[in-house]
Design a protein around this ligand. Structure first.
Ligand code: PLP
Length: 451
């Protein structure tokens, strides 16, 4: 059975456009994760909970731009803030009050952030946070959980999306680059450990303690679906990194301002030394950053500025577009709304209904599925196996997931994108009726896949 048939039947213009796009850009897309078989559809409009492609098809959206769209597409007040900023002042590469106001709001809402700097993507944020941690400790190595995606730069693309053969022993994973073009020397500065395995994590971190600058970790590993931390794991890691003098960086690119006004760190009651954020912080505009203890962030600006030579001995952070005023205006308005209104109650209620409903529907149809979620974010693993650690996620049937996704997309509902290692979201504009419709479509799509 051809699971792409429905989608293909209604996306003739996208198919043609894909051919044109493939002449100018590899895979016909601007970013690898947007490509899928047989071809992607190109979206021209977005409004509230919906996307509209160039053939005029409507999609009920749970992809939500991979996370940033937390208030729905085109929230009127965010749009207004953007328009006002566009009319007032574009990029100047001088500091602007709007960026400072945005950073004040980030620091006010985020327990671990005393000082903050801005960037344009989660990848830039993790890259800079790693550098600052190296500068602070004088050590070169970074530890990260296997399977965790911390961005598209060389130091982050280590031991992510790797095979069992490449990763080797579960209690002492190898560090392997994802894809080609990354120097081996980079892998030598990264240490992988298994999330949720206290014994192995402790052994590995103690073994490398003298060389480690930082542990970078997602509070919930949404970068490989939805791996929840086991009770005590983050407390254990907080204590161990403190004891060993390793900077603990929480990569809240996905969870930041999504799992609550104080992000995952407020929700779980753990204060890391540094935090990265992006996605929801910009409300759909390009915004990211990193921050943490003043003492650590001072690595960027040495306290004794009067010594000119000191400027060379500090960790560099810069970027022409950092704190872009339009993004800062969108981000500030988004954070104000998140802080003041009932957004989290709503998106989490929708999340409970959506992800709880998907489990029920899969069970009714007789599909082996394990739906895991935290708040407004979750994933359907096509297996009835328990998913506690990254390697458990390999038990899920990726092809069946992609087939289910295609069947649902062909019926006008986007459950994220067609990769088992992704996840999807609820947003402020989702309604009970929309969730009901999504569940009906999910059920039809489950029935349409082989099981
Ligand atoms: N860190 C985490 C946990 C992510 O999920 C992502 C992206 O999905 C990144 C970093 C990189 O962010 P960006 O895609 O904005 O570069």
């Amino acid at each position: 059975r051809d699971h792409a048939e429905r989608l293909r039947d209604r996306t003739g213009k996208s198919k043609q456009f894909f051919e044109r796009a493939s002449e100018v850009t590899p895979l016909g897309v601007e970013s690898n994760v947007r490509a899928f078989d047989p071809y992607p559809f190109y979206v021209e409009e977005a409004d509230g909970s919906y996307l509209y492609d160039m053939d005029g098809n409507e999609y009920l959206d749970f992809l939500l731009a991979l996370g940033p769209i937390i208030l729905g597409h085109g929230h009127p007040e965010v749009k207004e803030a953007v328009k006002e900023q566009v009319d007032t002042c574009d990029l100047t590469a001088t500091p602007q009050p709007i960026a400072v106001e945005f950073m004040e709001k980030v620091a006010e809402m985020t327990p671990s952030i005393e000082r903050v700097r801005l960037a344009n993507s989660g990848s830039e944020a993790t890259m800079h946070a790693m550098r600052v941690a190296r500068s602070y400790t004088g050590n070169d190595k970074i530890a990260k959980p296997e399977g965790g995606y911390a961005g598209a730069h060389d130091y982050a693309l280590q031991s992510v999306y790797a095979s069992e053969e490449a990763l080797g022993p579960a209690d002492e994973p190898n560090t392997v680059s994802y894809g080609t073009g990354i120097p081996d020397a980079v892998s030598e500065t990264v240490v992988a450990f298994p999330f949720n395995d206290e014994e192995a994590t402790e052994k590995i971190l103690r073994e490398h303690a003298d060389d480690l600058a930082a542990v970078i970790i997602e509070p919930v590993m949404f970068s490989c679906g939805c791996l929840k931390p086991e009770d005590g794991y983050h407390e254990f890691l907080r204590e161990l990194t403190e004891e060993l003098g390793i900077v603990l960086i929480w990569d809240e690119v996905m969870t930041g301002f999504r799992l609550g006004p104080q992000s995952a760190q407020g929700r779980f009651g753990i204060t890391p030394d540094m935090t990265t954020f992006a996605k929801a912080a910009g409300g759909g505009y390009q915004m990211a950053g990193f921050g943490g203890k003043a003492e650590i962030m001072e690595e960027i600006v040495p306290p004794r500025k009067e010594e000119a030579s000191k400027w060379n001995s500090s960790a560099f952070h810069g970027g022409t577009y950092n704190g872009h005023p339009v993004s800062a205006a969108a981000g500030l308005k988004t954070l104000e709304i998140l802080d003041e209104r009932d957004v989290y109650d709503h998106i989490e209620e929708m999340g409970d209904r959506l992800f709880g409903g998907l489990q029920e529907v899969a069970d009714d149809v007789g599909i082996d599925a394990n739906v895991q979620h935290v708040g407004s974010m979750g994933q359907v693993y096509m297996t009835d196996a328990e998913i506690r650690r990254y390697r458990d996620s390999w038990k899920a049937n990726e092809d069946q997931f992609a087939d289910w996704w295609l069947e649902a997309a062909g019926r006008g509902v986007l459950f994220g994108n067609p990769m088992q290692g992704e996840r999807f979201f609820t947003t402020y504009t989702h309604t009970d009726e929309q969730i009901d419709r999504a569940l009906e479509v999910a059920e039809d799509a489950f029935r349409a896949v082989d099981h």
